[in-house]
Design a protein around this ligand. Structure first.
Ligand SMILES: Cc1cc2nc3c(=O)[nH]c(=O)nc-3n(C[C@H](O)[C@H](O)[C@H](O)COP(=O)(O)OP(=O)(O)OC[C@H]3O[C@@H](n4cnc5c(N)ncnc54)[C@H](O)[C@@H]3O)c2cc1C
Length: 513
């Protein structure tokens, strides 16, 4: 049973009283100090702090049925008792006092990853379905760890960590950005002798930053760091721990939802139009029109009159199309390109329980430092252990654009990968099969229990745009036209770092009040 679905039922019922009076023809009009758009880690945290710590009235707009964004917790009922399984955000790690935010709720942090039984890794080339030779051991762990330490120490000694964490507040103006940070990560790694760190970095970022690129090593270092920040590097050499929330990471966002109050959260909602002041002193204020579509009900419209907007969604062209962008904003936001990343919970009679089937290209058998995959792919089928029928998968568009790699395409690639493994005899299909069933049958149909679109991955611009001051101009937009920006597209892509990014955004917002 989907934990998410249970939450949806609860939250839809809870929010019903908020929206039932509105109709498309008679919009409900509300007034708030701040309208926060996007209820992921960044938007939910900011809305909570504005309301609880700064006494501002807020309304949080989220297009999905529940808050949490990249957090995906699935209640695994194939086990007794049912166990919450994480298949999106796995862990929280300490960054400054970022973890303290979780302590504000009645939640317990436990060390390590969420519940997952022991698994044995098998390295399989999903393009051919063939398993790598049994003497394949992957990149040398000692060289990997020492390279990650070197990478981290380099960031600190050059002061580059301060330029990027938690957001790009201290990044120098375009022409003064250190050229090293604009190099493709492959060239950067060679120059600074940290190439041995890349395979692990690639695998642990789950292909997210690679989603836009056909070739992982082409990612600009500055963009790459968003998915593998200096603070996150510390986890890999034991200088920082990692934690999950007992009962499921989703519980944090349910708690935030409850604290904010149902009248202050509009789920299943998207922005349909925005009017913002163009110039300082424009008295018309901000007006945001929201359309809420709850299954089985007619759509409702809410008009929000607000003093400020906080945008905590990826600033893609699609997301910004209802906004009244001026020429400067349009020029900035048309530049980034992005791919698509997704995760899912699947099962299949052909998937062997207790194993992580890892997508490792055959090339890695001769060069373990080349595990990179340069085509749309899934990263793994990862079992939750012998007692569960469930597997998590991660999907990366790797070179395809966002629109070209939707759920259907991603699942098609997953199914093809499994079919190839069955055809190659690497895993056994179910059914009678040939030779009296000894070789296994061909049955490998994937059942998708839940798919989660993680939206734009590898959001970023070119080195030329960076040199021309793209990031500087973006950060200068903070506060203009009553609009503030946060979220993983413009900061380090980790929850605790986004919360610290927010602290600075909110400090500046309140100063400007
Ligand atoms: C598979 C995966 C695993 C990860 N694992 C970890 C991890 O273990 N630890 C960690 O710290 N970080 C992890 N991350 C990074 C993660 O992205 C950040 O931690 C954080 O969750 C991002 O938060 P956000 O609010 O910036 O973005 P999101 O979580 O994407 O939130 C944006 C929200 O806005 C909503 N939205 C989008 N468009 C609209 C719209 N037009 N109108 C209204 N709402 C909209 C979305 O539905 C979403 O809820 C992981 C990321 C991925 C993809």
């Amino acid at each position: 049973m989907a934990f998410k679905k249970l939450c949806e039922v609860y939250l839809v019922v809870a929010s019903f009283s908020n929206v039932h009076a509105a109709t498309v023809n008679a919009p409900k009009v509300i007034a708030r100090d701040v309208v926060v758009i996007g209820g992921g880690a960044a938007g939910s945290h900011a809305a909570f702090r504005l309301q609880q710590d700064y006494n501002k009235s807020v309304v949080l707009i989220e297009k999905e049925a529940i808050l949490g964004g990249h957090v995906d917790t699935y209640l695994d009922t194939s086990t007794i008792p049912p166990i919450p399984r994480e298949y999106g955000v796995q862990v929280y790690f300490p960054y400054l006092d970022g973890l303290d935010f979780i302590s504000r709720f009645n939640l317990t942090l436990l060390p390590g990853l969420g519940p997952r039984g022991a698994t044995i890794t098998r390295n399989i080339d999903f393009a051919s379905g063939l398993e790598l030779p049994s003497n394949y051991t992957g990149p040398d762990p000692f060289s990997t760890t020492t390279a990650i330490i070197r990478f981290h120490d380099l960031m600190v000694s050059q002061g580059w960590d301060k330029m990027v964490e938690p957001g790009f507040w201290n990044l120098p103006p375009g022409p003064q950005i250190p050229e090293d940070l604009l190099l493709p990560i492959g060239k950067f790694a060679k120059k600074w002798n940290v190439t041995d760190a890349l395979p692990t970095m690639y695998q642990s970022t789950g292909g997210g930053p690679a989603a836009r690129h056909r070739n992982f090593t082409d990612i600009m270092t500055l963009t790459f760091l968003q998915s593998f920040s200096p603070a996150w590097m510390k986890v890999f050499f034991g200088q920082a721990g990692m934690f999950h929330i007992d009962g499921g990471n989703q519980l944090l966002y349910n708690a935030i939802h409850s604290s904010l109050g149902k009248e202050n959260v509009l789920t299943n909602s998207i922005v349909s139009s925005v009017r913002r002041p163009e110039k300082e002193g424009d008295k018309r204020g901000i007006e945001v029109t929201i359309r809420t579509t709850t299954s089985g009900k007619s759509a409702t419209t809410t008009v929000i009159r607000a003093k400020k907007i906080l945008l905590a969604i990826p600033p893609t062209r699609e997301n910004l199309s209802p906004f009244d962008l001026n020429a400067v904003e349009s020029d900035l936001f048309r530049r980034p390109k992005y791919g698509r990343y997704g995760t899912a919970i699947v099962s299949s009679p052909a998937l062997p329980r207790g194993y992580e089937l890892h997508n490792t290209p055959i090339l890695a058998a001769t060069d373990p430092n080349k595990p990179f995959i340069n085509e749309p792919h899934i990263l793994e089928f990862s079992s939750y252990g012998n007692d569960s029928e469930l597997f998590s998968i991660g999907t990366s568009s790797s070179g395809l654009s966002y629109g070209e790699f939707d759920e259907r395409e991603a699942i098609k690639v997953a199914q093809q990968s499994l079919d190839r493994m069955v055809a190659a005899g690497t895993v056994k299909g179910a059914g009678a099969g040939s030779a009296g069933g000894k070789k296994g049958g061909k049955e490998s149909k994937l059942k998708v229990l839940e798919y989660s679109d993680h939206g734009p991955g590898g959001y970023g611009v070119t080195a030329e745009d960076m040199r021309a001051g793209w990031m500087e101009r973006l950060y200068k937009l903070q506060g203009r036209r009553g609009t503030w920006y946060t979220g993983n597209a413009i900061a380090m892509d980790f929850s605790t770092q986004l919360w610290k990014m927010n602290d600075e955004v909110l400090r500046r917002m309140l100063e400007s009040w």
